[in-house]
Design a protein around this ligand. Structure first.
Ligand SMILES: Cc1ncccc1N[C@@H](C)c1ccc2c(c1)OCCCO2
Length: 116
């Protein structure tokens, strides 16, 4: 049999996996610090220290508005959430610990779902 060409992943099937992943992140018990944008007025120093704020709600809006061309751009934004968290929060703080747990969960899940 002639082997058919390896089917390329279409962007929308790639993005469907991103929607599944985001839903799992939002449902995670440690997601609470990341569900909505950090209020820059109520967190002293955040605006100065964190150059590119990001959160799960903003990522969901970008997914809905087709602002991610592929899953790579989605993964970059999710990792930005966790990198910002590690930069601003002590590792042994409540938020810092939640960020580490969420990052471990995300790394595991996207490896399972996307590295097929
Ligand atoms: C991810 C992150 N990094 C650094 C600071 C804050 C945040 N998240 C925001 C949503 C937040 C979480 C907990 C908070 C908070 C705000 O202030 C109000 C008082 C209850 O404590």
């Amino acid at each position: 049999l002639v082997s058919c060409a390896k089917r390329a992943k279409t962007p929308n099937s790639e993005l469907a996996v991103c929607r599944v992943l985001l839903a799992e992140l939002e449902a995670h018990q440690d997601a609470w610090p990341f569900l909505s944008p950090v209020k820059l007025k109520s967190v002293p120093g955040y605006r100065k220290v964190i150059k590119k704020p990001m959160d799960f709600f903003t990522i969901k809006e970008k997914l809905i508005n087709n602002m991610y061309l592929n899953q790579e751009n989605f993964i970059i934004d999710v990792n930005l959430v966790f990198d910002n968290c590690q930069k601003f929060n002590e590792d042994d703080s409540e938020i810092g610990q939640a960020g580490h747990r969420m990052k471990r969960f995300f790394d595991k899940r996207w490896t399972e779902l996307l590295r097929k």
